[in-house]
Design a binder for this molecule. Structure first.
Ligand SMILES: Nc1nc2c(ncn2[C@@H]2O[C@H](COP(=O)(O)OP(=O)(O)OP(=O)(O)O)[C@@H](O)[C@H]2O)c(=O)[nH]1
Length: 479
């Protein structure tokens, strides 16, 4: 990376600016043990010259001592900080790595492949745009491939790159590549994965990783990095409904009340009619204040329009009661509001999930207590079969009915990854014990959670807000 180092030394401002304006792609690598995940990431960093000189010389030294690749540098050693943690039995989290090309910035979530690390994979996959599924060309599709593909699809990753690795060990055979691609195509159809791309690679030798391989002239597609660099991952932003989960109510003085948060979806304009959920109160957007908008010299908000994922403060025409955890949406496109939801739940704790027990459910900026009233079925992630069970253990994935003590705006995860997902927190240990995705409103109780029709006085509403802010353990409902 000496070229990068020079740039940093000569013009740090310019270097940062150059990176700031690039778009970001987050990807996840999944594979079974020894499929070559670390080697592939190492090769990508090495061939794209994203390895620091000192890291390289350390890897050269270690390759001679511990490497599995003879005289060559063991690429896996460039990224295997994780390995030593695993050997020491330390709880493994997800390791994130960063690199950039001329076009894009990349964040790689490197997650362990074993079954007992399903929860780590879920964590890594929850923000990824693309998943690279590694398959050893000699072994083809394994049970792990099925498991990883299921989780990738469950978490809504729309682009899957199937990297068929170790092609050097099958004589760079087109037939082997075709057979595996065909078999994966069947699996992808079964799961409903939207976009799949296939690339034959040798992570060890560098074929089709950064540079196109001369040993596989039959492959006419792009090498892996070229594909990552150019693939279109943009979503139809305009088609999304506006969602602003309120993170903070800013009241610096009696004349100002602003509602701050990061727009989770869609766009908003000054003058738009908005509804606050779950209370259902309506008003209009008076102003939108954007970071940097108001300076010492200019005290008026000039922003007329904001969109996801901007962090903004909005003020409203009327004095409506809005608190942290509420969701501001457009009145013309209201989501369903319910306290009874159908969800897919991934259990992440050693202590089993108990049906009927009260947990804290954190969704975007809100925390509501709730319980899993019923387990519809548990999915065997290897065979995709459904089982009837009465509790869930570590790494289990199940469809459940979740009942909350207060209604929330129930966006499906499929529509919005941010507002459609939640984590489950144990109320005694404060540990995150699960993560889930909203599938929809539970059908049987669809209309059970109607919003209150009664009109309250300002004093009653202020009292209600005071209790909710200061005594959340009373689980006071919003009026
Ligand atoms: N011949 C050949 N060997 C490879 C290739 N890619 C990886 N290997 C070898 O396969 C072994 C495992 O590679 P790793 O990169 O450590 O595999 P991994 O998937 O990261 O394994 P874990 O870190 O244990 O999950 C090493 O000995 C690599 O040198 C390849 O394309 N061809």
């Amino acid at each position: 990376m000496s070229q990068e180092n020079n740039k940093i030394a000569m013009d740090i401002e310019g270097y940062l600016k150059e990176h700031e304006n690039k778009d970001m792609l987050r990807f996840l690598t999944c594979g079974s043990v020894d499929d070559g995940k670390s080697t592939l990431i190492g090769r990508m960093l090495y061939d794209s010259k994203m390895i620091f000189d000192d890291q390289l010389s350390a890897a050269e030294g270690e390759s001679k001592k511990y490497g599995t690749t003879g005289e060559k540098i063991d690429m896996a050693l460039l990224v295997d900080g994780l390995q030593s943690e695993r050997e020491q039995g330390i709880t493994i989290d997800v390791a994130y790595r960063f690199f950039a090309t001329e076009n894009r910035k990349f964040i790689i979530a490197d997650t362990p492949g074993h079954e007992q690390y399903t929860r780590n994979m879920v964590t890594g996959a929850s923000t990824a745009d693309v998943a690279i599924i590694l398959i050893d060309a000699r072994k083809g599709i394994l049970t792990q491939t099925r498991r990883h593909s299921f989780i990738v699809n469950l978490l809504g990753i729309e682009h899957v790159i199937v990297a068929i690795n170790k092609m050097d060990l099958v004589d760079f055979s087109e037939e082997v590549y075709n057979d595996i691609s065909k078999a994966y195509g069947v699996l992808a159809d079964e799961l409903g994965i939207k976009n799949t791309y296939y690339i034959p690679v040798s992570a060890l030798e560098g074929d089709n990783v950064v540079d196109k391989s001369e040993k596989m002239p039959w492959y006419t597609g792009m090498p892996l990095l070229g594909l990552l660099d150019s693939m279109d991952i943009s979503k139809e932003q305009t088609a999304e409904n506006f969602r602003l989960p309120v993170q903070y109510v800013n009241r610096p003085n009696l004349d100002f009340r602003g509602f701050c948060g990061t727009i989770a979806a869609g766009e908003v304009k000054v003058g738009d009619e908005i509804t606050v959920l779950p209370s259902g109160k309506t008003t209009k957007v008076k102003s939108i204040i954007n970071a940097g908008d108001i300076t010492e010299d200019n005290r008026t908000a000039t922003t007329q329009f904001a969109y996801a994922p901007m962090a903004v403060t909005i003020t409203t025409e009327d004095e409506v009661d809005i608190s942290r955890g509420d969701m501001i949406v457009h009145t013309k496109s209201l989501p369903r509001v319910s306290n009874s939801l159908k969800v897919m739940l991934v259990w992440m704790d050693e202590t089993p999930m108990e049906v009927g027990r009260s947990y804290d459910i954190k969704r975007a900026t809100s925390v509501v207590s709730g319980a899993f009233e019923h387990i519809n079925y548990k999915v065997d992630v290897n065979t995709y079969e459904r089982e009837q069970v009465h509790s869930l253990g570590l790494n289990d994935i199940a469809s459940c009915k979740m009942v909350l003590t207060q209604p929330i705006a129930a966006d499906a995860y499929e529509m919005n990854r941010l507002t459609g997902s939640f984590i489950v927190v144990d109320r005694i240990t404060n540990n995150t014990v699960g993560a889930g995705m909203i599938v929809g409103v539970s059908r049987r109780e669809e209309d059970a959670a109607k919003l209150s029709e009664k009109e309250y006085t300002d004093a009653e509403r202020a009292l209600n807000q005071y209790i909710r802010e200061n005594f959340p353990e009373w689980e006071c409902k919003v009026v």
